[in-house]
Design a protein around this ligand. Structure first.
Ligand code: G3I
Length: 489
């Protein structure tokens, strides 16, 4: 029989965010004006409805790891406010940040994270109470079991207690395993033994009875020795009656290496009666990232999101950061990076589009049909008056596909209020996905119509859009390019 907690917790999230979406869009628009610091090209350029709205339709949340110091950057803030329905502190709730000296607590940054969640009607996720890393030296030096247990309990009481009722879930114990499935010899393991995990869970339940209590780890994303050790522990904790509600799968992945058993692994934990979540998703590659790596990365992000959607007890997906300019990866893995869905200039990468599409996000700015056309619907071979254009077409190909980077310039003297680009694809090329426009293919004709936010192009102005396509050998750029029916120079 389920406990009251289990009944509450396992249901997926369901709330209306229509009003929030409006607020977030205003925030994005506002960000473009903050101090004049953010130009439209630097701002988040939404093509889809916010991830959070699309995720909400599935009853899941999309989260991100927040470092509150970055919020002063309008580009970062605009994406944070628009896209995410869950917030986790990247560092601010860890032991070294909250209790650097025994009994002396510091919640400045942690409170900023909590306040951001409240202001954006986002869930607050707690990370993390008991972890071997970012642990102050004074904890490491404790050798008497009773003393260390007291310190652990005091820490849980103070930190989980402060945010009780506000946090939806806590990573109570983080990274307790070695990769071979043996226990990591942290100070807690060495001094307290295996039982420290159940003890920490029970104490966290007392400190915050309404938070779900999770264990969280990396390299547990597929079925392997480490994830099986976690699985066996969940079975054991449940048999003991210890409060275990959820398991987090960090998913710090490498491009092209999503484990083949990813979904199966999530499902086997869900079948134990715990919720699961992708808690720290990023997918790194060698930098500078090639177009083919970014295309594979997009497929990998899609695979992860689709796996969560396929598992009824998956609460959602959290991305470990927002943009490649603020990621832990390059500092730890030399020569690696580009792991997040936005680049360092806050431009959406193919991975952003892949997540939006996996969530079924509606495309924003689709032109609605004009019910009372006043002009002939037949194509005007001479184009709109004043449409004069040039188009630069970049192709970055690999063996079976390529990324097209298209720069469209208004070379005339009249502003455009909307634009439609058409071109003929060489034989064997087929559109896969595009961004910053609405893309379509009919026969060999490729069409891109402006998104809601980039239809206005002043004389001399440019718009940059892109797409991925498959090919069967011919990687030459499309030909016969027109904008609004006029052949471009
Ligand atoms: O705050 C100090 C600053 O005062 C000092 O000048 C600077 C000098 O290096 O260090 C700053 O602290 C850094 C801290 O992040 C805050 O920026 C630490 O050096 C740095 O090691 C720390 O890295 C964090 C890492 O956890 C620590 O293990 C990353 O930002 C954070 O993304 C990362 O997150 C972890 C999850 O918590 C658990 N799972 C793995 C994940 C990635 O490692």
């Amino acid at each position: 029989m389920r406990t009251e907690f289990e009944i509450d917790y396992h249901s997926r999230r369901g709330r209306s965010v229509a009003a929030l979406a409006t607020t977030a869009l205003v925030a994005v628009a506002g960000a473009a004006l903050v101090g004049g610091a953010l130009t439209p090209a630097q701002a988040a350029e939404p093509t889809f409805e916010p991830w959070r709205d699309a995720a909400d339709d599935h009853g899941i949340t999309v989260g991100f790891a927040l470092s509150p110091g970055h919020l002063s950057d309008p580009g970062y803030r605009a994406i944070a406010e628009r896209e995410f329905s869950l917030v986790v502190a990247e560092n601010a709730m860890k032991w070294d940040a909250t209790e650097p000296t025994r009994g002396s607590f510091s919640f400045g940054q942690a409170d900023q994270v909590a306040a951001f969640a409240t202001a954006n009607d986002a869930d607050l996720y707690g990370h993390t109470l008991v972890w071997h890393s970012q642990l102050p030296g004074w904890v490491e030096s404790l050798t008497a079991p009773a003393d260390l247990r007291d310190a652990m309990y005091d820490h849980i009481d103070a930190v989980a207690g402060r945010y009780a009722g506000d946090v939806v879930a806590w990573d109570v114990v983080n990274e307790l395993w070695n990769d071979d499935g043996t226990r990591r010899p942290s100070v807690f393991q060495r001094v307290l033994g295996d039982g420290y995990v159940a003890d920490a869970l029970r104490r966290a339940r007392q400190a915050d009875p309404s938070a779900k209590l999770c264990l969280n780890d990396y390299n547990t994303d597929g079925v392997n020795a480490k994830s099986t050790a976690m699985y066996d522990l969940v079975v054991s904790l449940k048999a003991q009656g210890a409060p275990i509600d959820c398991v987090g799968f960090q998913s710090h992945l490498i491009v092209g290496q999503v484990p083949s058993t990813y979904r199966q692994n999530l499902q086997r934990f869900a079948d134990l009666g715990v919720d699961v979540r992708i808690t720290e998703l990023d997918i790194r590659t060698t930098v500078p990232a090639s177009a083919s790596a970014l295309a594979q990365q997009a497929r990998d992000y899609r695979t992860v999101v689709e796996a969560c959607l396929a598992v009824a007890r998956c609460d959602g997906v959290t991305v470990w950061g927002i943009d490649d300019g603020h990621s832990w990866v390059p500092g730890v893995f030399s020569g690696q990076g580009a792991a997040l869905p936005w680049d360092a200039q806050y431009q959406a990468k193919p991975a952003y589009t892949a997540v939006a599409e996996a969530l079924g996000a509606a495309v924003e700015g689709s032109p609605s049909p004009d019910p009372t056309p006043t002009t002939s619907p037949s194509p005007d071979p001479t184009g709109e008056p004043g449409t004069t254009c040039s188009v630069t077409w970049g192709v970055n190909a690999w063996n079976s596909g390529y990324t097209g980077s298209v720069t469209i310039r208004n070379t005339g003297g009249t502003p455009w209020t909307s634009w439609t680009l058409r071109a003929t694809l060489p034989g064997g090329q087929s559109l896969q996905q595009g961004w910053s426009a609405q893309w379509a293919q009919s026969g060999s004709v490729l069409t891109a119509t402006n998104a809601a936010w980039n239809g206005s192009v002043p004389p001399g102005g440019t718009v940059q859009v892109g797409y991925n396509a498959g090919h069967s050998g011919d990687t030459s750029a499309p030909s016969g390019v027109t904008v609004n029916g006029t052949t471009c120079g």
